[in-house]
Design a protein around this ligand. Structure first.
Ligand code: HEM
Ligand code: HEM
Length: 183
């Protein structure tokens, strides 16, 4: 688990990766639900799709960097004031968040890759990230289902995550404050 008893905070790379992925993913969740909810006949229906996809690919890259950094680097031991159940629950939520990050980004990329009316992901007009699968209506449907389901799971996990951070910061003693370990 690479736990360090002497570290008081997460390392700089971990903090940078946490906040950059958090910002992008929270924005993508809001934009994703908004754009998917627009009437299919509206003239602006597809205006946000290219931006959503390009930032989604940046999120994919950040997640691919974050996983090995987390696996190989050290993290601080659990905050001293936490009770056993709080530690176990936060650990479960963190695992869920990592799974959701992978599922969301990979299903998005595969959804685009299997979609027969587009080719690659345009990165702000600069270059295109190529498809990695054959076109398939069947697999496009599956990836779409996974993307939508994970989006809802993400909202639940994120709510638990934020509730935990707020509780330890606002209601518990100083020993339990985890926010100062991530800023
Ligand atoms: C962590 C990254 C991502 C997040 C948080 C995210 C979030 C969302 C959400 C919340 C929706 C609406 C789901 C629904 O109501 O059905 C959505 C839809 C969509 N996402 Fe993502 N997304 C991410 C990455 C990607 C990537 C990498 C791509 C493609 C390269 C992508 C392509 C799409 C498309 C095409 C839709 C619209 C599907 C439809 O029309 O129903 N997303 N996304
Ligand atoms: C999409 C958004 C977010 C995701 C995916 C996310 C994910 C995670 C993950 C996976 C960890 C565990 C780090 C590890 O041990 O590897 C973590 C820790 C943490 N996150 Fe988030 N987070 C998000 C948003 C936020 C926000 C908005 C806040 C603050 C309000 C926050 C505060 C924290 C804190 C304080 C920790 C350290 C917890 C501890 O020391 O036990 N996170 N986050």
């Amino acid at each position: 688990m690479n736990i360090s008893e002497t570290m008081e905070k997460y390392s700089k790379p971990m903090r940078f990766l946490h906040w950059s992925t958090a910002m992008i993913i929270m924005t993508l969740l809001a934009v994703g639900f908004y754009m998917a909810g627009i009437d299919p006949d509206a003239s602006d229906k597809y205006d946000l799709y290219p931006l959503h996809k390009a930032f989604g690919m940046i999120a994919l890259l950040l997640v691919m960097i974050r996983l090995p950094v987390r696996a190989k680097g050290k993290v601080p031991a659990p905050a001293a004031g936490l009770q056993k159940w709080e530690h176990n629950l936060s650990h479960l939520v963190h695992i869920g968040l990592y799974l959701a990050m992978v599922s969301m980004t990979v299903s998005g990329y595969f959804m685009n890759s299997t979609y027969q009316y587009v080719s690659g992901v345009d990165m702000f007009g600069l270059f295109s990230v190529p498809d990695i699968t054959a076109k398939s209506e069947y697999w496009n449907g599956i990836c779409h289902e996974i993307h939508s389901f994970t989006a809802w799971a993400f909202l639940v996990l994120l709510s638990l995550h934020l509730a935990g951070v707020a509780k330890h910061r606002l209601l518990d003693d100083k020993e339990s404050d985890v926010l100062k370990r991530m800023i």
